[in-house]
Design a binder for this molecule. Structure first.
Ligand code: PLP
Length: 489
């Protein structure tokens, strides 16, 4: 295990090992209480820890939050309703929630160098919905009200309201396409974002797999969107946000960056300058639970002109804030401000590189030919498999991944031709480049020993002994890098 694992005694990022005995006692007591009411829930909770400890987790969007973050969520802060914002609540008695929310927002502003932070969104999708609403409110509703000489939509005549509603519903959004690595909420037509806006997508260069900024600029000039969305779920490369902002400025668009996947690399100062979205975007959204290693949740950072509208997220878009989760966000953000988190983030990037190199030297195909973030997108067509078959065979061998479309995927979004891999979770366990190289070797072992069955895109067979061999090798790697060392239930 490496020295910067958050659960080692030497770590200052997430001091799990320092307080492992106390955390063990807390969890044992908590589970005993749960057991006395619904034993099946206590059993499933214990089993989840055992399963997480026993699997080689390569899901790019998952991580392991520290016991401090997890414990923070199990309190009576959960019981308080606190619609509104700090100091302006629709309920009485929110002084402690105000304290919690202020601390979380302060950590977020300081960590990311942003003038404003809103920590209430319950998830990444919720953060994006609030951001879209805030952009529409700032760019369309406010000038519409001013034109009509009104302060509030309730003051508008029916005719003026109808005019404004038509305007709000007729704006344009340009985002990264799903098969190039964008997220559903970046304008995918079946998603609410593709229905709120007239949408158009940009993809990646068919030859290199990289974003073609010239093509993005041409699409923006032609389409003239109100919003350009940058950010991704499955793109294994860095993005130049300064260039994206230039494109947005040229066409008068608001640049929104969804850094849900790579927020940990921004927080850890791996992505700086043009690769740090926060100074370039008007609005930046994120999840807090992926590479950032916090509780499940969302977060919005924005320039001052969007702050009022963003702060109206609850109750205009969101339900009441989850105060216990905001508290856990504060703890996670405090951890991310420690120097050990920067070392962690750098290792996430180095380990992804080692994983990619491990595949390339064994002649596997990677989308874009490699990685320079935390994601590796493996093209499994050269193994004669679909993503679905590869994902299932890997799971049989104890390797947890998810299938993912690749650009212009011949197998579509359900069966796919890719496997998306990420380094954040195993890096938290203490894996280094040697272990990630070994992971690539084990995965190649599985994939070369998997054959499709007939013409099915789902059925497959694994050569005898493969699952046992790889499971045993994975167990060795996991035993050497335990999850939550010292934590005993
Ligand atoms: N944005 C991006 C880029 C994502 O990858 C994801 C989740 O995978 C989300 C938003 C949605 O996050 P959540 O599941 O917390 O709503």
């Amino acid at each position: 295990m490496s020295a910067d694992s958050p659960h080692t005694a030497t770590s200052t990022t997430s001091p799990g090992a320092e307080y492992a005995d106390t955390a063990s006692a807390a969890y044992r007591a908590a589970l005993q209480v749960v057991e006395s009411v619904e034993p099946r829930i206590a059993a499933a909770t214990r089993k989840e820890l055992a399963d997480q400890r026993a699997s080689l987790k390569l899901i790019a969007s998952e991580n392991y939050a520290s016991p401090a973050v997890l414990l923070t969520m199990g309190t009576w802060l959960s019981d308080k309703y606190a619609e509104g914002t700090i100091g302006h609540r629709f309920y009485a008695g929110c002084q402690n929630v105000d304290t919690v929310e202020s601390i979380a927002a302060e950590h977020a502003r300081e960590l990311f160098g942003s003038p404003h932070a809103y920590v209430q969104p319950h998830s990444g999708i919720d953060a994006n919905l609030v951001a879209y609403w805030a952009i529409l409110a700032t760019r369309v509703e406010a000038p519409g009200l001013a034109d009509a000489g009104a302060k509030h939509v309730n003051d508008l005549s029916e005719a003026d309201w109808e005019k404004l509603r038509n305007k709000l519903g007729n704006q344009r959004l340009l985002g990264m396409s799903l098969d190039a690595g964008g997220h559903l909420t970046h304008g995918f037509r079946p998603n609410i974002s593709g229905k709120m806006f007239h949408q158009r997508s940009y993809g990646t260069d068919p030859d290199t797999g990289f974003i073609d900024y010239g093509a993005v600029a041409a699409a923006a000039r032609e389409f003239k969107p109100l919003v350009i969305v940058a950010g991704y779920s499955a793109y294994p490369r860095r993005v130049n946000f300064a260039t994206m902002r230039e494109i947005a400025d040229e066409v008068g668009a608001t640049l929104m960056v969804d850094m849900a996947h790579f927020a940990g690399l921004v927080a850890g100062k791996v992505f700086t300058g043009d690769e740090d979205p926060v100074p370039h975007a008007h609005v930046t959204t994120t999840t807090t639970h992926k590479s950032l290693r916090g509780p499940r949740g969302g977060l919005i950072l924005c320039q001052p002109e969007y702050a009022d509208a963003v702060d109206k997220g609850c109750p205009m878009v969101l339900g009441g804030p989850l105060s216990h989760v905001m508290a856990a966000k504060a703890v996670a953000l405090a951890e991310a401000r420690q120097p050990a988190f920067q070392a962690y983030a750098q290792r996430v990037a180095d380990n992804a590189q080692a994983l990619a190199d491990g595949f390339l030297k064994r002649d596997a195909q990677l989308v874009t030919g490699g990685t320079d973030n935390h994601i590796v997108l493996l093209d499994v067509t050269s193994f004669g498999l679909t993503g679905r078959q590869a994902e299932s065979a890997l799971l049989d061998a104890g390797v947890v991944t998810n299938r993912n479309a690749i650009p212009a995927d011949p197998n579509g979004a359900w069966y796919t031709s890719g496997i998306r891999l990420g380094s954040p979770a195993l890096t938290t366990r203490g894996f280094g480049p040697d272990e990630f190289d070994r992971v690539a070797e084990l995965m190649i072992d599985v994939l070369t020993n998997t054959a499709p069955e007939g013409s099915s895109k789902a059925k497959y067979s694994l050569a005898d002994g493969t699952a046992e061999r790889v499971n045993a090798a994975a167990a060795e790697l996991l035993a050497a890098n335990p999850l939550y060392p010292g934590l005993e239930l």
